[in-house]
Design a protein around this ligand. Structure first.
Ligand code: ARG
Ligand code: ZN
Length: 900
């Protein structure tokens, strides 16, 4: 058994199959807080009753890091015992009558560096309770299926903590003795305790009243530190758009009189959907054109949307247990993706968003699904639930929901959502309940017919592979595509049953480039796209009246989260890149062309940039896209960006990170020099954009100008030309927005030009009081292209910088994670110094914040695939971490799975 220092007891494996309904229900909770950083007193008065549907049992209340002072049952003292961190009450009143339980505890928020439960950040109080943080505030049944009505009274020094917030409506407030004041909040909705929140501190707010469709008035507020008010407009606008969108698309209105967002700079994750009081990482709230990039603006819109949409998918209907996490997260990511797409002005911008989402899935989730932490979208067991807030639960979970929408149609999916709410509003349910509702609302759909098999997407881990071959009969004018699916073994799952795979297909004339009309035998529909729903291990589909030899466009729009293996020739990929009406596959063709080249040179013996050959067809194809008269800039930027080192690595059996890095860099240099004039044109044509607006169209233009500048500075590096670095420096100085300024700085830094040094210094002095911009400054240096090993010493130097603070998760991520997790070419060093750095910091962080440490621990997930000498060195680093006696559950689980 694993050893733990946590007061919650030794690490135990929690299993989905062991779920039992709670022995008690908690109907009401009245929490009264006397807030003090060193010693906060919490009086918790509950009414409970036995759950008549289960056998009588003791009441077990979870607790962690609490000092217990008093327990009263119906006003009288009672006996209790402690058992693995739980407070156990055995002598409770018999019968089904409600009884009162009063618990008085204290805790020390200022010492709470884990940032779970109640903590202090910049002299204000914040809470984070999901998944199991509420037990660090008071003893409670800390599980999502126990839903209670909350009343909260906050008392604190009025001068230091003028703002006192909690969930729901403010019902009372006023002054107390000795400079203190109080506020009482009542949440009209029952909720599980993980949605509880409080905030107290010196904050200011932007507020706006809105009237929703039904005519109800709502107050929207965005709370930030004084001084940040000028960065709240975009978050407010994003919130208003979210309210409008959920009502318009799904008929889901805002159910609260007051909806608050509060920003804090110390936060483990992105944001949290506490009922009516969302708490956000500042990174996903604060933005103005001087400090935030286009990407930041887009992320804020989508995270504000995500948390707001949880109000229905997560809060009104919540999870029965944490194995069902994707019930709310997969669905809500799907909803925020759709929200961002629906806000796009045109189909091309929608496609760009889709490509970006798929890129995240493939560079982060596919490796997870192939590594030691692979788990199903609905896991079967965990040791530490915080380790399961993963790209699998979130992004793959969203793909599973998207496939349901594909199978029942957009209108059918909306009907499914309506039935889901009609059945389950106000309760805590499972992934099965959701899938059942969507299927039942569409009884004639393929989803309804295939539901048990479709649900394998929830139970089986691993990324399926779809192997395709094709035969064209030029005489009979038939074209047959043969598909075979397989799914690699994952931990605990040796063999897999076939999945339901919706494969969106099209055919392009190899010679004509035309989108060919599709005629499937026995079916009347003729269009130029067809949805083939694969259910067997192998299956084929034949198209008739195919008058010319086609190129198959497989998995349009990335209609399922699978890898397609089809032996495309260069000529076929060029045809798709030039002609596919599906923008996703058009982009994909360009990526495949680049991958073919990368893989060829990675496999070849010769090293160095001179060894990558001419690649003329690829270069001219890229030129044609760059110069294309009608494609939009954002799409061009995606096509002209090479697949990442991580994605290339994921295609290989054995990973030599240095080799991948060298080949990809050589390819970048080739694109830079061979297209030099085209990049000059692209920069000139896209760098003047008028008054700054973070809309998709002008963001796309800035992104392409930024990429052009990057390549131009890279080309200048080989030619020794000083003009483009000079122009980049000028741009860096004069830019009126962070996107252009940062892109110019990035171009100088990544090309390793001497002007990078003064530019970085100037950037620091300009933004030394802007925490989020300093994060960019650290991240840029830690993520810099390595040329002879200079990055690690620079990172070590930055650890000593006065602005570095390992306790702040954003800052730790910006320096340590940017190096270990996002810069493979610099991290995987033959001398193992990167791994030494990694193990030191996993251990250092673990003593401060296990959740953050466990994320960093995952940087070596794929160590078994590394070539030597990396593989052995990585294993040794993992073993050094494993040897530490008092690791957190979080880090222990990640490391033991990696070494298993
Ligand atoms: N539910 C939050 C979201 O919107 C994430 C909270 C995760 N918190 C944690 N401690 N793991 O995605
Ligand atoms: Zn979420």
């Amino acid at each position: 058994m694993l050893q733990l220092r946590d007061s919650t007891g030794p690490a135990t494996v929690v299993r989905r199959a062991d779920y039992t309904a709670p022995a008690f229900w908690i109907d009401t909770v009245h929490l009264c807080f006397d807030l003090d950083p060193a010693k906060t007193r919490v009086l918790n008065k509950m009414t409970l009753r036995r759950n008549p549907d289960v056998p009588a049992a003791a009441l077990r209340l979870d607790g962690d890091d609490l000092n217990l002072a008093r327990v009263l049952v119906n006003g009288a003292g009672t006996s209790f015992k402690m058992d693995s961190g739980q407070l156990v009450l055995e002598n409770l009143p018999e019968g089904n009558e409600p009884f009162a339980l009063e618990i008085f505890t204290t805790c020390a928020p200022v010492k709470n560096t884990k940032l779970m439960g109640l903590y202090v950040s910049n002299e204000s109080f914040f809470t984070q309770c999901e998944a199991e943080g509420f037990r660090r505030i008071t003893y409670f049944m800390d599980r999502p299926d126990v839903m209670a009505s909350f009343t909260v009274t906050l008392r604190a020094d009025k001068e230091k903590y003028p703002v006192l917030l909690s969930n729901g409506n403010l019902t009372d407030s006023g002054d107390l003795d000795d400079g203190r004041h109080f506020a009482t909040w009542i949440d009209p909705h029952k909720k599980p305790c993980y949605l509880f929140a409080l905030v107290a501190g010196k904050l200011v707010c932007r507020e706006q009243h809105i009237i929703s469709r039904s005519g109800k008035e709502h107050l929207l507020q965005v709370y930030v530190r004084p001084g940040d008010m000028d960065k709240t407009e975009h978050a407010m606008q994003s919130l208003i758009k979210s309210v409008i969108w959920d009502e318009a698309r799904f008929g889901l209105p805002l159910d609260l009189e007051r909806f608050m967002i509060v920003a804090t700079s110390d936060f483990n994750m992105g944001a949290m959907e506490n009922k009516g009081l969302n708490i956000f990482n500042t990174k996903y709230v604060l933005a103005n054109q001087a400090t935030a990039t286009d990407v930041d603006f887009a992320n804020i819109e989508s995270v504000v949307g995500h948390e707001y949409f949880h109000n229905w998918t997560g809060n009104r209907i919540t999870c029965r247990d944490w194995f069902q996490l994707s019930l709310k997260e997969g669905l809500t990511v799907f909803r925020d993706q759709e929200f961002s797409m629906d806000l796009c002005a045109d189909p091309s911008a929608r496609a760009v968003k889709r490509i970006e989402d798929v890129r995240v899935l493939r560079t982060a989730q596919f490796p997870e699904d192939a590594g030691p932490m692979a788990h199903p979208v609905r896991p079967d067991s965990y040791i530490e639930i915080n380790n399961f807030y993963t790209v699998t639960i979130y992004e793959k979970g969203a793909e599973v929901v998207r496939m349901m929408q594909t199978l029942v149609g957009r209108a059918g999916f909306a009907k499914g959502m309506t039935l889901y709410f009609a059945r389950h509003d106000g309760s805590a349910v499972t992934c099965d309940d959701f899938a059942q509702a969507v299927a039942d609302a569409n009884p004639d759909s393929a989803l309804a017919k295939l539901l048990p098999q479709f649900k394998r997407w929830y139970s089986q881990a691993g990324t399926p592979r779809l192997a395709a071959t094709a035969t064209y009969d030029a005489e009979a004018h038939t074209y047959t595509l043969n598909f075979a699916q397989s799914c690699p073994a994952t931990p605990g799952q040796e063999s897999k049953e076939p999945f339901v795979i919706p494969v969106s297909l099209g055919l392009i004339g190899a010679a004509s480039g035309a989108a060919l009309p599709l005629q499937v035998h026995g079916q009347s529909n003729v269009g130029d796209s067809h949805l083939f729903v694969m259910t067997q291990a192998s299956e084929s589909i034949t198209f008739e009246k195919v008058l010319e030899e086609p190129v198959p466009s497989i998995l349009r729009g990335f209609s399922a989260p699978v890898v397609v293996d089809y032996a495309y020739t260069d000529a076929q990929l060029l045809a798709l890149l030039a002609n596919d009406p599906d923008p996703f596959n058009r982009w994909e063709a360009g990526q495949r062309l680049a991958l073919l080249i990368a893989i060829k040179y990675i496999a070849s013996d010769a090293g160095g940039s001179s060894a990558i050959g001419q690649n003329d067809t690829y270069i001219s194809a890229m030129r044609a896209v760059l110069r294309h008269p009608t494609l939009d800039a954002a799409f061009k930027e995606l096509v002209l960006t090479l697949p990442s080192e991580t994605y290339i690595a994921d295609q290989l059996e054995v990973i030599d990170p240095q080799r991948i890095h060298a080949v990809r860099e050589a390819m970048r240099e080739q694109l830079a020099t061979a297209l030099f004039e085209d990049w000059q044109w692209a920069y000139a044509a896209h760098s003047q954009n008028g008054a700054y607006q973070p809309d998709t169209l002008s963001s796309g233009r800035r992104a392409l100008a930024g990429l052009a500048l990057n390549y131009l500075c890279l080309a200048a590096r080989s030619s020794g030309d000083a003009i483009w670095p000079g122009k980049a420096y000028q741009r860096f100085k004069d830019a009126d927005n962070m996107t252009d300024r940062f892109n110019a700085l990035n171009a100088l830094v990544q090309s390793g030009h001497a002007l990078a040094t003064p530019a970085l210094a100037r950037f620091h002095s300009l933004f030394q009081f802007e925490e989020l911009v300093l994060d960019k400054w650290f991240a840029l240096q830690a993520g810099c292209t390595d040329r002879g090993g200079q990055v690690l010493p620079a990172v070590r130097q930055l650890l000593k910088h006065p602005n570095f603070n390992i306790r702040n998760p954003n800052r730790a991520r910006s320096l340590i994670f940017s190096y270990c997790s996002a810069n493979p070419g610099a991290f995987h060093r033959a001398d193992a110094a990167g791994y030494v750095f990694w193990s030191e910091h996993v251990l250092e962080l673990d003593a401060i914040n296990p959740q953050v440490a466990a994320r960093l621990a995952r940087a070596l997930d794929r160590w078994k695939k590394l070539a030597e000498p990396y593989r052995h060195a990585a294993q040794a680093a993992l073993q050094r971490v494993a040897a530490k006696a008092d690791l957190s559950n979080d880090v222990r689980e990640v490391i033991s799975r990696a070494l298993a």
